[in-house]
Design a protein around this ligand. Sequence first.
Ligand code: EPU
Length: 415
Amino acid sequence: MEKIIIKGGKELSGEVVISGAKNAVLPIMAATLLCPGKFSISNVPDLKDTRTMMKLLDIVGSETSFKNNSLDIDSSNVNNPEAPYDLVKTMRASFYVLGPLISRFGRVQVSLPGGCAWGPRPVDYHLKGLEKLGAKLDLKNGNILAVADELIGADIHFEFPSVGATGNLAMAAVCAKGTTRLYNCAKEPEITQLCEFLIKMGANIEGVGTDMLTIIGVADLHPANIRIIPDRVEAGTFLMAGALNGTIKVNNVIPGHLKRVTNKLKDTGCTLQIDKDSISISSPSSIKSVDMTTAVYPGFPTDLQAQWVALMSLSESSSIVTDTVYHDRFSHIPELSRLGANIKVDKNTAFIRGVKQLVGAPVMSTDIRASASLIIAALAASGKTEISRVYHIDRGYEKIEKKFLGLGAEIIRQS
Ligand code: EPU
């Protein structure tokens, strides 16, 4: 099994280029199932998760070809609207094929995702929404079977602005008969880009980027091409590594997507320079302790909570971090504690008392963002850290050790 080995303490310096956004490309890849034809997607990150989605598209009958971060998809011969457990269990985003496949075939079978490393992560909003659009649902042998002769527009109110449910139901509704209104939608940039892609395909969607989407069903869609937005979570991860230890420039970003994060980083005493598509950061001599609460966009992303906890564990005094999006997303904390971090968790809140130094140790990654927090903590720690189960990091970060090597880190991958 592969490990990442880091000799910490080296100051980071230089520039890094951010890849395309995982959470933007995954629903867009699913959207290519909505109609037959040839699609071209550029700035696609080479990740385990994008490869898993390609596999899923191949299983349902698409042809995919991926080279130099460009992905061509031919969905002309899709004929098998079924997403098997083997793929769904490794990547919950596989559930995104539900909306497009029922829209195109009037029938879809998708394995129910089950739990994940940090909590139950239900899909009830997706299912209730589909029922509102007129689908009949059945659970058989762990699979959701959804059938609808015709989907009919409806008003759907989300209890919480779920990214996945907004995307899935927007895709299900684009060709439904009549008008669908989605209330309390997610407004994450990745959902905005999905809507823009659907519009390029011929969909009629109003309110893109707001919390209410009005989708007027159209009879036909056609293929389209798109360039994926930069990954704001990868960018935020590198910025926090810079905040801990160095002076770096993060290129190919949309600074507007990271406003809450860069504001918080300024509060810690970091120096930031924000340009049109890059952000430079220098760590302060002493990191100020800053409380943080995650929230849906434009709030501070839950996907950067673990990395913020790593940053705060080396701050001057005490801070409180609360995750309001996921209440149980703290699997990084016992591992950060192995490096010497002083953190207590109560329900969805972490109480962090900054320490002067972290010290390298063998640790284990438990999910994508937990792994990222361990890497940036290890880079700032003294001595050697061995991170095992690195397949988690490969799900969401393209060439992470090469990128940190380019910034002067001592980091290698060992088989
Ligand atoms: N929720 C429900 N029922 C549902 C759907 C969601 O109760 O049917 C709850 C969840 O349990 C959670 C909240 O709503 O408490 C938000 O979940 P959401 O549906 O927004 O999450 P998601 O769509 O499953 C996406 C990202 C996650 C990211 C979250 C929140 C993708 C592929 N995944 O997940 O990214 O944390 O939004 O921003 O876009 C990651 O990249 O590491 C990652 C986990």
